[in-house]
Write a protein that binds this ligand. Structure first.
Ligand code: ES4
Ligand code: ZN
Length: 320
């Protein structure tokens, strides 16, 4: 039995496996520039974050209807249940869909249906976090935020910030995060993945986030690490992602052990498992093998994942 855990850094669009992409392309009459799922999978060799994002946004075009989003999320949640996931906080990218003419309500309704079924079928609790694309202007994020208001506190629990990091610092989104805070939403942001520790600092100080997604480059700033430790700000680390996007040379070079030794509340997550070579159980097995993590360290990672989640204390005890 895999160790019970919460997954806190997972882009639902990044769970689109080549086989499902082809099935949806066929159903929706979308032409994919690949002849087979195998050929598509062979294209998953990335130089950096942007080269991955180019393919990720291209392949998303097969997602068109409410049912497509339900099917996508059901496939993830079934796989996650087998990985020992008891609680999942799931990102989605509304602007990547509305820009293609897919209605926000179809996306949210489709995902929500899968999430509520996962409670019944797998006993997995869930939250949805909508992410703003940081390479688009804040005005677009503000429009998306207003369009999503009817879902706040119901289907949507929080906001995040993703996509191309360098050149798009957190402070660019100060206004929309201030509104999200006023609306009572949870706040997270990707920072310190490709960008430096100053992006992590800014996400904390300007956006007021509760968690940092990735955050591995925090390790370059000892003062920042001290503060993250003292405030118990969780970092949702994604080992396979960091290797595949060349933020880290090899799994054996990953800073995760140093992060745990420093006392950071680090967690292990899969990010975009269909693209990066494995789901969260495989990320756990990978770091255990490559970094020689002990049983105690693996248990600490699992414990951290529940502490770092947005579950209330009583829900947390039940899920763990
Ligand atoms: C992402 Cl790995 C990663 N980084 C930033 N934005 C993303 N969106 C989906 N995966
Ligand atoms: Zn991510």
């Amino acid at each position: 039995m895999p160790i019970p855990k919460a997954e806190l850094h997972l882009h639902i669009e990044g769970t689109l496996e080549p086989e499902l992409a082809f099935a949806l392309a066929h159903r929706n009459g979308v032409d994919l520039p690949y002849s087979s799922p195998e050929q598509l999978r062979a294209a998953y060799a990335f130089d950096d974050l942007q080269s991955f994002l180019d393919l990720y946004y291209q392949l998303m075009d097969v997602l068109r209807t409410e049912d497509d989003f339900t099917e996508l999320a059901e496939a993830y949640l079934t796989r996650a249940a087998a990985a020992g996931v008891r609680h999942a906080e799931i990102f989605f990218d509304p602007q990547a869909h509305t820009a293609r003419g897919v209605e926000l309500d179809d996306v949210v309704r489709g995902l929500s249906r899968a999430l509520s079924r996962a409670g019944e079928r797998h006993g997995i609790s869930t939250r949805l976090i909508m992410c703003f694309l940081r390479d688009l202007p804040q005005e677009s994020a503000l429009a998306t935020f207003e369009a999503a208001r009817p879902w706040f506190g119901r289907a949507i629990s929080g906001v995040g910030l993703d996509s191309a990091e360098v050149g798009h610092p957190p402070a660019k989104f100060a206004d929309v995060y201030a509104l999200a805070r006023e609306a009572g939403l949870h706040l997270v942001a990707h920072a310190g993945e490709e960008g430096g520790p100053e992006y992590v600092r800014e996400a904390l100080d300007v956006l007021g986030v509760e968690r940092i997604d990735h955050g591995i480059r925090s390790m370059e700033d000892p003062e920042l690490v001290k503060e993250l430790v003292a405030r118990r700000v969780p970092l949702t680390v994604c080992p396979f992602s960091n290797v595949r996007l060349r933020c880290v040379d090899t799994l054996a070079d990953h800073p995760l052990p140093a992060m745990l030794e420093a006392g950071l509340v680090a967690t292990v997550n899969s990010d975009d498992p269909a693209y990066f070579g494995g789901y969260v159980d495989e990320n756990f097995a990978g770091v255990e093998r490559a970094l020689g993590l002990t049983e105690d360290q693996l248990r600490l990672l699992a414990r951290n994942s529940f502490e770092a989640s947005f579950l209330e204390d009583d829900e947390e005890r039940r899920a763990a």
